[in-house]
Design a protein around this ligand. Structure first.
Ligand SMILES: Cc1ncc(COP(=O)(O)O)c(C=O)c1O
Length: 387
């Protein structure tokens, strides 16, 4: 009998080791892991470079406190700002914390310029921003909020794709619009480039901030460092997590100089966030992702993967509705509930995970090999045939 609480619906499978794209179960089976900790292990399992970097750091210093200067964090922040829209970074431990901090940054900015009443955050109904109290209220999902009342104020919602309701929902108290650039839990729904550009325009016109949640789709996953780069828009605030830690708990908020100006000493903090060990892993992940050709390769392998999946879709038009997503954030949308399909994939040694709207999420590591994609394609074809 497990002493763990029952808040997860766990599959009856455990692993003893992982290597690259593969996981090895405690009962001796080898699986192609296209879950990768839900888009976390950007460089696969047991990446030798990450292990070495972490080991080196672990021997020097793990944790001090944000009461002191942390050179590894200074370096990671410099590298993130040099490569992106951002001027400033606050490190966290997880995605939900990065969301919380993003909301605080937006509110604090307006507070700092004397617009105290401008504090509401406008989000997509039934989006996903994590599981803390603020995040479930931001998500606007009744299911996630059930039993966790009282509902907290400060969030408004509009329907995905409904531009009229979005414009109507903005009022004098709106501080920011916060959306996932690609809705990871909600069915791998991509916000089209023109919509993102429109969002930017609306924010400029209304003098409000644009927060793009890149917790799942950021750090190279879509074939650009950030998914919003495809649309050539510049947000004001970007929460990140998952891929930047490569499996080590790490989150961050990236922001412009303008909005960062409200975050004066004492306004936000975390004990563990940004510690030397986490920062050294983050730097090691960037060493790999910023390597010449790394992200180009994500574009190449993902294009191949999407093409192959679309070929399968053509052969099974009554089973597969759509191949969704961008880069290696892939959604295979079925016409019906995908639970059995996912189980059959697993029985054939391919691990995937469900998302909303009958969609199966396929999340290989960013350094996945073409030969590994071929294995996955073969298994998916087999399961389609048997279905
Ligand atoms: C888009 C998005 N935002 C926020 C979160 C929350 O991240 P975490 O689970 O690290 O708290 C997630 C997690 O899946 C996510 O996909």
């Amino acid at each position: 009998m497990s002493a763990l609480a029952k808040n997860y619906n766990r599959r009856k499978i455990a692993f003893k080791k992982g290597k690259g794209s593969f996981l090895y179960s405690t009962n001796g089976k080898k699986y192609l892991d296209f879950v990768q900790g839900i888009a976390v292990n950007s460089l696969g399992h047991s990446n030798p470079y990450l292990i070495n970097s972490m080991y080196k750091q672990a021997k020097k210093i793990w944790h001090v406190s944000n009461a002191f200067i942390i050179p590894e964090g200074e370096m990671l922040a410099k590298r993130l700002t040099k490569k992106t829209f951002a001027d400033s970074v606050i490190f966290q431990n997880s995605g939900a914390e990065a969301i919380e901090a993003s909301i605080k940054v937006a509110r604090r900015y307006f507070y700092s310029i004397g617009q105290i009443k401008k504090n509401r955050i406008l989000c997509i109904k039934n989006s996903f921003h994590g599981r803390t109290i603020a995040a479930i209220n931001a998500s606007g999902s009744k299911k996630m909020q059930e039993g966790f009342g009282p509902k907290i104020d400060g969030f408004d919602h509009f329907k995905f794709g409904d531009h009229k309701s979005l414009k109507k929902a903005i009022n004098s108290k709106t501080a920011a619009i916060m959306v996932e650039t690609v809705m990871g839990e909600g069915g791998i729904k991509v916000i089209p480039d023109w919509c993102l550009r429109e969002l930017r325009k609306i924010c400029n016109k209304k003098k409000i901030l644009l927060i793009l949640d890149e917790v799942q789709c950021g750090i190279g996953r879509t074939g650009k460092f950030f998914a919003f780069e495809h649309a050539k828009v510049k947000p004001d605030i970007v929460p990140i997590a998952k891929g930047i830690g490569g499996g080590f708990p790490l989150g961050a908020v990236l922001m412009t100089k303008k909005v960062a100006s409200g975050m004066i000493p004492g306004t936000h903090g975390t004990t563990n966030g940004g510690n030397p060990l986490a920062m050294s892993v983050g730097n090691a992940v960037l060493d790999q992702i910023f390597k010449k050709g790394f992200i180009k390769n994500v574009q190449k392998t993902s294009k191949y993967f999407h093409n192959e999946l679309n070929k399968i879709k053509i052969n099974y038009p009554k089973l597969i509705k759509e191949v969704r997503g961008m880069g290696l954030l892939i959604g295979l949308q079925l016409f019906n509930d995908p639970t059995k399909f996912i189980k059959k994939l697993q029985d054939n040694k391919l691990l995937t995970i469900r998302s909303g709207e009958n969609t199966i999420r396929i999340l290989p590591p960013l350094n996945v090999k073409k030969s590994e994609i071929d294995i996955a394609i073969k298994i998916i074809k087999k399961v389609c045939e048997e279905f």
